[in-house]
Ligand binder design. Structure first.
Ligand SMILES: [Zn+2]
Length: 531
């Protein structure tokens, strides 16, 4: 049986840009469009030309993309002709392959919000679709509030969709604008629509206000819709849009969908999905959701001892799909509850060969437990665990020694008479027989220490040039009588690999120093730097 084509439409750059705290620059938009293109998304909605300078500039120049680059905008205003509507004219001038119009499909909204007649709204849809087609564009119509409108007046909601389809729109997209519709309702209503409009011309645009946007999208496909609109990481106003990062692997890896449909995302591109998801967060300067399905750091993490030993025998026992299929990794957490089997499983994963009867494994388990009691949390710091394991097993070379460091924070008036706080760190390092001294200023003690430490590592400098810190988290723990500080540092290298290291001390500088050192040594081990 041949598979049907199912199309993906990404609106991260338009609907996703409505997210509180998200403000894409032109460079962001271009980079994200490129990433979506490489992923194999059929349609990328770039924005709303004419609505803001960024989007107007974005659509001012042509793009070399495989994807159908789409401009979003309103149908012509009521009471005007298509040729006499400046908003529509700007949209038709936009350098886009397709135009996605939005129109009201709920009679109540037509009367109250648009203050026009039902017939005039239908005429506006027809005229706008016709005008865009005449300009040689592929046309889509987003039917706003379609499901609420359908519940109130099915005949009118359908008439709006049908008006666009009859006029030659390639897609009629049913929007759950308020996001309150449930999967079984979506399935029923989309099924009804597909009796009037062929499903391969029907799309679904779901919002996540009941946490069903992904389920609603799949329900629509079951009922016949053949285009799914969504965003990367479910970005979008309020609770977000349907999350394409969850939808794509479900379509690719779950037999109900993979046997029935082809999508534009190849198996090879799917393996980059976790990277794409993290790259978006990186661009938004926010931490990734550790518990995100498929791509989160914890999506394939196991803690309990019996699960870990079963996973070592056959990963399928506790995994619904192979982590590598979406570019993720299996992770066996090392924690206070850790047994020898967790430790062995984790060593196996990171590629350290160990014999289960080796007394050093028992010793490592003891050290982990002691340190976790003191405030370390190795399940959040995989790279520090690896360093601890390698040191206990005696496989970490002594690349360099920090013989002394000094951090000075000074508040004073600068030459302009402004009050400034200046931080200076000085680090003495011994590499082989060379003694080196580096000094650096920073915007705070940890930043200055990091800069000084990574300024000159002699023969090892070339291995750490691409290293950068991407996140720094501090927590004060109250264990027993005294407070200690736990520092977690996330680092990234030139290959895009990330790792987390940890430090614990009553002194925040000391805790940070431990985490920084682990990160640098981890990078040297990973790069196979010669000892
Ligand atoms: Zn929306």
């Amino acid at each position: 049986m041949s598979r049907e084509r199912l199309y993906l439409f990404d609106t991260t750059l338009r609907d996703g840009a409505q997210t509180n705290g998200v403000d894409f620059t032109l460079a962001d938009k271009l980079a994200i469009a490129q990433m979506l293109d490489e992923l194999g998304i059929d349609y990328v909605e770039g924005g709303y030309p004419g609505a803001n300078p960024t989007d107007t500039e974005l659509f001012g120049a042509g793009r070399k993309l495989h994807t159908i680059f789409t401009a979003f905008g309103m149908t012509r205003r009521p009471g005007r002709s298509a040729s006499n509507d400046p908003g529509l004219a700007a949209l038709l001038e936009a350098k886009a392959d397709a135009i996605c119009f939005v129109a009201k499909a709920w009679d109540y909204h037509v009367r109250v919000a648009l203050e026009t007649t039902e017939e005039e709204n239908l005429a506006s849809i027809r005229d706008s679709v016709r005008a865009a087609k005449a300009k040689g564009r592929e046309v889509l119509l987003d039917c706003e509030h379609f499901f609420d409108g359908y519940k109130a007046n099915p005949k009118y909601a359908l008439a709006c969709a049908k008006a666009a389809y009859d006029e030659g729109a390639r897609w009629v997209v049913l929007c759950d604008t308020n996001g309150g519709t449930l999967p079984h309702e979506i399935e029923t209503i989309v099924g009804e629509v597909c009796k009037a409009i062929p499903g391969d011309h029907v799309g679904i645009h779901a919002h996540n206000d009941t946490e069903h946007a992904v389920a609603n999208s799949l329900a629509a496909v079951r009922a016949g819709a053949r285009q799914i609109q969504g965003t990367l990481n479910g970005l979008g106003e309020r609770c977000g849009n349907a999350n394409l990062v969850s939808i794509i692997p479900t379509l690719k890896l779950k037999p109900e969908f993979s046997a029935a449909f082809d999508i534009g995302v190849t198996d090879a591109a799917l393996k980059k999905l976790a990277q794409v998801s993290h790259a978006l967060d990186e661009r938004l300067n926010r931490g990734s959701n550790r518990h995100a399905p498929y791509v989160g750091e914890s999506a394939f993490a196991t803690k309990a001892g019996i699960h870990a030993s079963a996973i070592m025998k056959d990963p399928a026992t506790y995994e619904h799909v192979a982590p590598s299929s979406v570019g993720n990794k299996r992770k066996v957490l090392v924690s206070e509850q850790a047994g020898k089997s967790n430790i062995l499983a984790e060593l196996d994963r990171i590629g350290i060969k160990a014999d289960k009867d080796d007394p050093r494994i028992g010793r490592l388990l003891e050290i982990v437990k002691e340190r976790e009691t003191a405030g370390y949390a190795y399940e959040a710091a995989d790279a520090s665990f690896e360093m601890l394991a390698r040191r206990t097993l005696g496989t970490v070379p002594n690349y360099f020694d920090v013989t002394q460091f000094d951090v000075n924070v000074e508040q004073r008036n600068n030459a302009k008479g402004e009050r400034v706080t200046v931080t200076l760190a000085v680090v003495k390092v011994k590499v082989g027989s060379d003694n080196m001294i580096s000094a650096a200023e920073g915007n705070g003690p940890v930043n200055a220490l990091d800069r000084a430490l990574r300024k000159d590592l002699g023969q090892y400098q070339k291995y750490i040039d691409g290293l950068k810190l991407t996140d720094y988290r501090v927590r004060i723990l109250n264990s027993g009588t005294e407070a200690v500080t736990r520092v977690l540092i996330e680092s990234e290298d030139e290959s895009g690999e990330r790792w987390t290291t940890i430090g614990v001390s009553p002194n925040i500088i000391d805790a940070s120093f431990q985490a920084l050192m682990d990160s640098i040594v981890y990078k040297l081990v990973k790069s196979k730097a010669p000892a």
